[in-house]
Design a protein around this ligand. Structure first.
Ligand SMILES: [Ca+2]
Length: 253
């Protein structure tokens, strides 16, 4: 079931090209005349650029990542609409997952797809920084509880899939992004034993692009992965502790 879905996702992503191209400004430079006539997409882009309709996408990594993430989830939702027996739902902002897919098309399970956008390191062989797979001290740690910002408890999913979008930053282009590569793997298969942030409670993926492509993380089984990271001593801040107490009380009632 999961293999079938992963294969479908990989195949679907092959057709994805960077769609966000630039920020569009409605009002052109003074003196630009109408109508505007273009014979193809490239000519149109060149004309719009010349007339001052474009500025570049943000190059700050979190902002750029968000633009790409929204775009690729939109692209996949369109693909899913054309597929009988498949239902795609977009997750909320700052929520898990980014996309939920269910239906008979993939054997009836419910799949969580989380998009992680990462810049390629200058050496071309690693991600520039470690991709975060999950926040470790909330929904991931308590898979039977339905946390705010999630559709359902973590443990209710058939599988958790990471859709990794790797790009090279090109500050000279409007879209900022070149050499886009999409890698689809079950999340545990690309996990490392390192956290991805020293200040936030995130668990991280392996850095090596080849290992990400091949699903060669640092765990040999799914169980080993969950055992390791659920036992990890993440900090539990007051907000999380309060939320946990609330959920425990509600769900025991
Ligand atoms: Ca994401």
């Amino acid at each position: 079931m999961t293999e079938k879905f992963v294969e479908w996702l990989r195949d679907a992503c092959k057709g994805y090209e960077v769609k966000p191209y630039a920020i569009y400004h409605k009002v052109p430079h003074e003196g630009a005349s109408w109508p505007l006539v273009a014979n193809d997409a490239d000519e149109l882009a060149a004309l719009l650029q010349k007339r001052g309709h474009f500025s570049a996408l943000p190059k700050e990594s979190a902002a750029l990542a968000n633009v790409l993430e929204v775009s690729i989830v939109g692209y996949l939702l369109d693909k899913l609409k054309d597929l009988p027996g498949a239902v795609g739902t977009r997750g909320g902002e700052r929520a898990y997952p980014d996309l939920e897919v269910s239906g008979d098309a993939f054997g009836g399970g419910i799949f969580a797809v989380d998009v992680k956008v990462a810049r390629r390191a200058t050496n071309g062989k690693q991600t520039h920084s470690r991709i975060s797979l999950y926040t470790g001290n909330t929904f991931f740690k308590y898979p039977k509880m339905k946390w705010p910002g999630t559709f359902r408890p973590f443990g209710d999913y058939t599988a958790h899939i990471s859709l990794l979008v790797i790009y090279t930053l090109d500050t000279n282009s409007l879209s900022r992004v070149t050499d886009l590569e999409v890698i689809v793997q079950e999340s545990w298969k690309v996990a490392s034993k390192q956290r991805s942030s020293t200040t936030r409670e995130y668990l991280g993926a392996v850095l090596d692009l080849k290992a990400l492509r091949e699903g060669r993380g640092e765990f040999s089984t799914r169980d080993e992965f969950y055992k390791y990271w659920r036992a990890y001593g993440f900090k539990v801040g007051r907000a999380v502790a309060n939320q946990l107490a609330k959920l425990t009380a509600e769900q025991a009632a």
